[in-house]
Design a binder for this molecule. Sequence first.
Ligand code: F6P
Length: 327
Amino acid sequence: MQTQINRIGVFTSGGDAPGMNAAIRAVVRSAIYYDRKVFGIFRGYQGMIEGDIEELQLRSVSNILDRGGTMLKSARSKEFRTKEGRRAAYEKLKEKNIDALVVIGGDGSFTGANIFEQEYGIPVIGIPGTIDNDLCGTNATIGYDSATNVVVECIDKIRDTASSHNRLFFIEVMGRDAGFIALRTGIATGAIAIMLPEKKQSIEDLISILDKASKRRKTSNIVIVAEGDELGGAVEIAKKIEEQYSFYETKVTVLGHIQRGGSPSCFDRVLASQMGVAAVEGLLEGESNVMTGSQNGKIVYVPLDEAIKHTIKLNPEILKLTKILTI
Ligand code: F6P
């Protein structure tokens, strides 16, 4: 292993995700395992600019593996998008002699990291931490599995009451630009329709699906709407349906930030632990400007600019299920 990296800074950035704490713990423990010092940067890039940085010890990350949220807090920093902001951040890192970074976050966080590395040459490795699962080069991001489990639990509860009252529920899930949460949870809960940003569907299409359902005497229906759907969120879509189709009584539930909370699933804890260790080992082996990705059970390093390309597509095989299983 190379020896030039001695002091690693770790931070979480953007929307929090269950499993971020497990990733922080893995970074801290592996850095100490390899005899390096490790520093927690609080509140993401904003905390970096303000010098909100503390050295972490083994004990600093005790009992966080099972906790949702992030002990390092998170933020979306406008200042870091400016050259002056990034210069201030660099000065603060230099004060502590931090010579490498691990950023746990999503595409916005990685875009910032990519620019920062190019401007200041500080090696950086990203760990994909977002419930949205919208990064290229990894089969899963940390938090996605936990969030989808929360969504499924909520929808199962809604299904109980929906079927008792002959109702049509529109349930909005997160995913501003991506329908991964909506698609997976739609399959897992037997939704009659799934509205996705990646797939054009009209109100007329939806009415025809509902009409078929009513003809075969289906009493309860769940429609999942990704928040970024072109037709609008669940509230807007429900309103449009109510105006044109009155067979079912319509209700709306927006799950919102409940999806980001709670204890991480076993899958996310293990993924975060693997990626945290891989991030530190990658830095010590000379990797930089890459993201840890999980591909078919193996941890790999994916260039940051590929990870954030937004070319990732919904799985066509899963999409096909929606057609076959909702007849
Ligand atoms: O990035 C994850 C995400 O949960 C998106 O799905 C959602 O649109 C967004 O964060 C909400 O962010 P905020 O907490 O800033 O409202």
